[in-house]
Design a protein around this ligand. Structure first.
Ligand code: GTP
Ligand code: MG
Length: 450
C-alpha cells in the first residue's frame, strides 16, 4: 500500500472519531492535532499543514451537519474533502488527440524518468494506442540500452542514436518516422540540479519537439522539497504536469504530493513500484479515499449507529423526570449508558454532576453484568419488577435460584436500584435534572445515529 504510514495514522485518527461517544470541541481539537502530526511525519510543509487543519477545524465547528448525516460522518467527510482539495481536486488526464501526441519527460538524476517512460508507454498501449519511445539522454552511456530493454519488454518501438551527441539532432533524425505513431514518449537526460545547462538543453528540446506535454518526474522521497523542484522547473521549462514516482517506498510521499499540487503544476500520474505496471493515474478523490480507508470507516460508522437513539434517550429522560423508576428502567438505563460509553463521561457533561459521587458499580458497567441482570429480572414477577421494595429475603432466595445466580448478586442489583432511585430523587429536587435532560438531548442530537 502506498503511503502506508500516513494512511495508518489518518485511519487511526478517524476511527477515534467514529468510536467516540460525543463529538465536541475537545474531540475536534484532538483530531486536528492527530492530523497535524500525521502530515508532518509525512514531510508535509508546516505552513500547509496548518492551513489545511485550520480549514478542517473551522468547518467542523461552524458548518451545520447536513440532514441525513451524523455529526461523525460529517466530520470525516470534511477531512476527506479538505485533503482532496489540497491534492488538486479533479484528476488531470492527458488525451491522445492528435497524431503524434508528444510527451516529454524531464527531471533530475535518478528520479525515475526512464522507468516512467516505459510505464507510460505500457499505459497507453493497453488503451489501444500505437506508442513509440525515444531516448535523448546523451549523457549517461547506458541510457539508451536501458530504454531499449524496456521497449523490448513491453513490445514498444524505441528510437534513439547513442552515436549522436546532440539531443535535438537525435529527435530530428527520427521526426518523420514518429509521425505514424499515436503517441511518442521522449525520455531526456537528468542532472543533479536544475542547472543553467539543463534549462538550456530542455528549452532547446522544447523548441524542436514542441511537445504537447512536458511532464516533470519527481521521486516522492524528496518530500516537501518537491515544491521547490516543481516551482523552478515550472518557471524555467514550462512543465505541464508532474509525475510523482517511488510513492511505494517512502514515508515522505505525502509531502511530495501535496507540495506539487500547490504549485499549480498538477500531479497527473504516480509511480508505485519498479515494475511497468506499478503506475496509476492520480485521482485525488480515490487516492484520499484509499488513504483514509473509506471502506473500513463506513463499517465503523455503521457500528456507531447501534448506539443509543435520540428517541430512546428522550423516553428514558421523561420517565426519570416523572420520578417513575423501577427495575426495568434501571436495566434500560444501564443498557443505554453502556451504549453511550462510560457513565463518568456522560456525567461530565451535566452541570454540577461532575462532582457527584456515583456508585462505583454504576461507573463501571461490566461486560456480562447486564446479561446477569436480565436473567435475575426474568426470575422476578411483574409485581416485583414494578415495585422492588416488596422483595423480601425469601423472595431474594427464590429469585437467585431461578436465575442461577448467588443471593448476593440479586442483592447487588437491588442495592444498585435503591442507589439510583435515591440519586434521581436528589436530582429531581433541584434544577439539575432539567438541565441534565436538555444537555443530554443536545448531546444525543449530535450523535443522531439514525
Ligand atoms: N520503488 C520504486 N522505484 C522506482 C520507481 N520509479 C523508478 N524507480 C527506480 O528508481 C531508479 C532510477 O530510475 P530511472 O528510471 O533510471 O531514473 P532516471 O530519472 O531515468 O535516471 P537518470 O536517467 O539517471 O536521470 C531505478 O532503480 C528505478 O527502478 C517507483 O515508482 N518505485
Ligand atoms: Mg534515465
Amino acid at each position: 500500500m502506498v503511503l502506508e504510514k500516513l494512511g495508518d495514522s489518518l485511519k487511526g485518527t478517524l476511527s477515534k472519531i467514529a468510536k467516540a461517544v460525543f463529538v465536541d470541541e475537545k474531540l475536534i481539537n484532538e483530531l486536528i492535532k492527530d492530523i497535524q502530526k500525521a502530515l508532518l511525519q509525512s514531510d508535509v510543509n508546516v505552513k500547509m499543514v496548518f492551513d489545511l487543519t485550520k480549514e478542517i477545524k473551522e468547518r467542523a465547528l461552524k458548518e451545520e451537519t447536513p440532514a441525513g448525516m451524523t455529526k461523525k460522518e460529517w466530520i470525516i467527510k470534511i477531512v476527506y474533502e479538505e485533503l482532496v482539495k489540497f491534492l488538486g481536486e479533479k484528476e488531470s488526464t492527458i488525451e491522445v488527440k492528435k497524431k503524434p501526441t508528444k510527451i516529454m519527460l524531464v527531471g533530475l538524476f535518478g528520479n525515475g524518468k526512464t522507468t516512467t517512460a516505459g510505464k507510460l508507454a505500457k499505459f497507453y498501449q493497453k488503451r489501444g494506442f500505437k506508442v513509440a519511445l525515444m531516448g535523448t539522454d546523451i549523457w549517461r552511456p547506458a541510457a539508451f540500452d536501458q530504454l531499449n530493454q524496456l521497449g523490448k519488454q513491453i513490445k514498444v518501438d524505441v528510437f534513439g542514436d547513442p552515436e549522436l551527441k546532440d539531443s535535438v539532432k537525435i529527435y530530428k533524425k527520427f521526426e518523420d518516422k514518429l509521425k505514424k505513431y499515436d503517441l511518442v514518449i521522449i525520455d531526456t537526460a537528468g542532472r543533479d540540479a536544475l542547472s543553467k545547462d539543463l534549462v538550456d538543453e530542455l528549452n532547446k528540446l522544447n523548441k524542436a519537439i514542441k511537445a504537447d506535454e512536458n511532464l516533470l518526474v519527481i521521486g516522492a522521497d524528496v518530500g516537501q522539497a518537491a515544491e521547490k523542484q516543481a516551482k523552478t522547473f515550472h518557471e524555467s521549462c514550462k512543465i505541464t504536469g508532474v509525475i510523482i514516482t517511488k510513492l511505494d517506498g517512502t514515508a515522505k510521499g505525502g509531502g511530495a504530493l501535496i507540495a506539487c499540487s500547490v504549485t499549480g503544476a498538477k500531479v497527473k500520474f504516480i509511480g508505485v513500484g519498479e515494475k511497468v505496471n506499478d503506475f496509476e493515474v492520480f485521482k485525488p478523490e480515490n487516492f484520499v479515499g484509499r488513504l483514509l480507508g473509506m471502506g473500513d470507516l463506513e463499517a465503523l460508522l455503521e457500528k456507531a449507529k447501534e448506539a443509543i437513539t435520540e428517541e430512546e434517550a428522550k423516553d428514558l429522560g421523561k420517565k426519570l423526570l416523572k420520578g417513575e423508576f423501577n427495575l426495568i428502567d434501571l436495566y434500560e438505563q444501564m443498557k443505554a449508558v453502556k451504549k453511550m460509553g462510560p457513565l463518568s463521561k456522560v456525567m461530565e457533561m451535566i452541570p454540577g454532576m461532575g462532582q457527584l459521587k456515583m456508585p462505583k458499580e454504576m461507573l463501571h458497567t461490566q461486560e456480562g453484568k447486564l446479561e446477569k441482570w436480565r436473567n435475575i429480572m426474568d426470575s422476578m414477577t411483574k409485581e416485583e419488577l414494578e415495585d422492588p421494595d416488596i422483595i423480601t429475603s425469601t423472595r431474594v432466595e427464590r429469585i437467585a435460584k431461578g436465575a442461577g445466580v448467588s443471593v448476593s448478586e440479586v442483592r447487588e442489583l437491588l442495592k444498585q436500584y435503591k442507589q439510583s432511585k435515591k440519586m434521581i430523587k436528589m436530582m429531581k429536587g433541584g434544577k439539575g435534572m432539567e438541565k441534565m435532560m436538555k444537555k443530554m438531548g443536545k448531546g444525543m442530537q449530535g450523535m443522531k445515529f439514525k
